[in-house]
Design a protein around this ligand. Structure first.
Ligand code: SF4
Length: 250
């Protein structure tokens, strides 16, 4: 499987889940490399913004930013090797993140089977941008989908970032929660339209501010919390940003 490389090894680390419905719980994160989208504000751009791609990113404006050499930011491991890393940590909650994890479903299925053979208590969350359809086997294997459809603020056309068949499918899956990154009134209007169009259950919709620092989160937080209250949605913060900023591997 293609994972993000951190220093000389894979980006697999033990921390607390910072976002979404499981925020605050201890978890082991496994970061997949590769994404089929290219959000302008993506904070894991090293999983997809490789040398030679045409994508633009907010970081382009920074003098020292350059696209990543694929071989420097990618590492290949098979599911058994990944399981060895996961078993070093005490938690049984595992977050499959990326990049876009659903690009490698078969590998995750093998990993999940291996880990559950070791301990049936393993619980798997998967984070997805909802543009790839989960297979029936993958849906059965994971316990929770953290679905994060991308809005116009990501800088991509709707035809690329909204896949109606996938969202319709996930909307009826009781394992799925829908987390939207928002800052503006325009974002809120767009989320309302998507929630209505795909009949997303209000109790499973979460609003989360965009931000890589506590100050950025604070700038939008109170407005979004009020909007969530008014609509019967949840509000969620980014605890890892508050605790560790944009540091990788924590
Ligand atoms: S879908 Fe997620 S990983 Fe992919 S570019 Fe957007 S924010 Fe980054």
């Amino acid at each position: 499987m293609k994972l993000a490389r951190l220093n000389k090894g894979p980006e697999i680390f033990h921390t607390i889940q910072g976002e979404g419905v499981s925020a605050g719980l201890p978890a082991t994160f496994i970061r997949a490399s590769r994404c089929n989208l290219h959000c302008r504000w993506c904070d894991t751009d090293y999983t997809w913004n490789f040398e030679g791609t045409p994508w633009t990113h907010d970081f382009d404006a920074q003098a020292n930013y350059r696209k990543y050499r694929k071989s420097e930011v990618t590492i290949e491991l098979d599911p058994a090797q990944i399981a060895e890393h996961v078993l070093k940590y005490p938690t049984r909650r595992v977050v499959l993140t990326g990049g876009e994890p659903l690009l490698q479903q078969q590998g995750w299925i093998e990993l999940i089977q291996l880990l559950r053979q070791t301990d049936p208590a393993f619980f798997f969350e998967v984070e997805t941008n909802a543009t790839r359809m989960p297979s029936a086997e993958f849906s059965d294997a994971v316990n929770q989908f953290n679905v994060s459809p991308k809005l116009a603020n990501s800088g991509m056309d709707e035809a690329i970032r909204i896949m109606p068949d996938v969202l319709q499918h996930l909307a009826t899956n009781p394992k799925a929660w829908f987390k939207f990154v928002a800052t503006s009134s325009a974002d809120l209007e767009e989320i309302e339209l998507l929630a209505k169009r795909f009949a997303l259950p209000p109790g499973r919709v979460l609003l989360m501010p965009e931000g890589r620092t506590s100050a950025e989160l604070d700038r939008h937080g109170s407005k979004l919390a009020a909007a969530a209250l008014a609509r019967g949605w949840r509000y969620c913060d980014r605890l890892h940003v508050r605790l560790w900023g944009d540091k990788r591997g924590v």
